[in-house]
Design a protein around this ligand. Structure first.
Ligand code: SF4
Length: 456
């Protein structure tokens, strides 16, 4: 079931303009009697398609003409004067992602169970989301309009899935013909216009590894500093992806990849002043190798792609421990913390080491449970893809009087997990208080000794 598959990357089916979803009381927008449900469709005669357009067209303007279609169907033309930098007080609808027109052999959508939530089948490929959130696009079906928009609105940086600079290999991976796979002109055009690019390679054993990978990295390094980094992340297979063209990633494969790429990284650091080609944390963890140092990651250019998360976590923990030691020379307040933290198989050993250290230093009783992903199966071991059913399967290992699960396992706008189980349902199945929490929130709670959110 691929509801959105092979839809064009650009569609004109959307309604004109951008919908207002919020008007701040006493703001310019409120004074103008704008309301949620109205649509802004032009500013100073220029069409507005989404809130990025609105931001671009209004930025720095103090006198403007805004054309609005009210929700009752009336068209208004508003003459607006505002002070420099004065906010309109408007909130807008989210961007509806464009869909890709590829058939990547490793596409995550192909690894979903058939009854997975429709949102898991969305194949987004959107230069706006790339700019805003670091989502990767392949640029294979980008329109001229979108190319111009990146340059005109300075939507930089852009995150581009290159996968391989060898055209045949790239076309094979993306499931498109070589003409479409060839994005060299587009990349040149963006770079020449001063747009920064971060690249990505999804590493598929026996397809774009070895020589192909080294060449891809070298070709991209030749474009440094305009191409500022490359993320190399391993193929992830679930039990539903049965494509015979794909070979699973093994421990030996990860070890070999580290052996092959480390000399390039050393050379780049000497020559370019940056590691440039970063391997995904998963590659080090699965290889059983130490995560590189803080210096290796520089300013973490690929953190949105999960690269350097473990190192950054360890640095945060070190800072947290120093703060707690300063604030709590005694053990009294923290020793009441007696509960379980659930996470994915991959991260569990890292977390366990940290929490064992805290238990020893501060008298807490924090227990780590490594949860297997039965929902997707295969080699999916990251925390954010765990489901309610997975947490329930590990219930026997829970200790203490609360359970923390990864915040990333919960939908951003609703207390529900990927298998549709709600947080309340999970709590009643586990007979526990369940709190979704990321490490930052956990750290703040410890530093402030504010355990209200644990409801213990
Ligand atoms: S991996 Fe990305 S680009 Fe490829 S088919 Fe899936 S959504 Fe599209």
């Amino acid at each position: 079931m691929y509801e959105f598959a092979v839809a064009p990357a650009v569609t004109n089916l959307r309604r004109r303009g951008v919908e207002i979803t919020e008007v701040v009381p006493d703001s310019i927008a409120a004074e103008l009697e704008l309301e949620a449900g109205d649509r802004v469709f032009r500013v100073n005669g220029r069409p507005v398609r989404d809130y990025l357009d609105f931001r671009f067209e209004t930025g720095g303007e103090t006198d403007l003409v805004m054309e609005v279609r009210k929700k009752n169907g009336e068209d208004w033309e508003l003459q607006i004067e505002r002070d420099e930098g004065e906010d309109f007080g408007l909130g807008f609808e989210q961007i509806v992602p464009r869909q890709c027109a590829n058939e990547c052999i490793f596409c995550f959508c192909k690894g979903n169970p058939e009854d997975a939530r429709p949102s898991l089948f969305v194949r987004d490929e959107d230069i706006r989301l790339s700019f805003l959130y670091g989502n990767y696009t392949t640029l294979t079906s980008i329109s001229e309009d979108e190319m111009r928009r990146i340059v005109e609105q300075r939507l930089t940086p852009q995150y581009v899935s290159v996968h391989a600079t060898d055209l045949k290999v790239r076309a094979h991976l993306l499931g498109v013909d070589e003409k479409r796979a060839d994005i060299s002109d587009k990349i040149d055009r963006l770079l020449d216009a001063g747009i920064e690019i971060h690249a990505q390679v999804v590493l598929c054993p026996e397809i774009n590894d070895g020589e192909v990978l080294s060449r891809t990295i070298d070709d991209l390094a030749a474009l440094h500093p305009r191409v500022s980094s490359v993320a190399v992340v391993p193929l992830g297979l679930t039990r539903y992806n049965k494509d015979a063209r794909l070979t699973p990633v093994t421990r030996e494969f990860c070890q070999r990849t580290i052996r092959e790429i480390t000399p390039l990284q050393i050379e780049f650091r000497q020559r370019l002043g940056t590691t440039f080609a970063f391997l995904g944390d998963e590659i080090y963890l699965r290889a059983g190798r130490a995560i590189p140092t803080r210096k290796h990651y520089g300013d973490y250019p690929q953190i949105e792609d999960g690269i350097g998360m473990v190192r950054s976590f360890k640095s945060e923990v070190a800072a947290l421990l120093r703060k707690i030691k300063r604030n709590y020379p005694g053990r009294n307040k923290l020793s009441q913390l007696n509960g379980t933290v659930m996470t994915g198989l991959l991260f569990a050993p890292v977390l366990k080491k940290v929490l064992d250290g805290m238990n020893e230093s501060f008298g807490t009783a924090l227990n780590v449970v490594a949860v297997e992903n039965n929902y997707f199966g295969g080699d999916v071991s990251v925390a954010g893809l765990l489901t309610g059913g997975d947490f329930v399967s590990a219930a026997g290992e829970i200790r203490g009087n609360f359970v923390i699960i990864p915040g990333s396992a919960i939908k951003s706008d609703e207390d529900v997990m990927l298998d549709g189980m709600t947080l309340t349902e999970l709590g009643s199945k586990l007979h526990q208080t369940v709190i979704p929490m990321d490490f930052k929130a956990f750290a703040n709670m410890m530093i402030n000794a504010d355990f209200k959110s644990l409801r213990v």
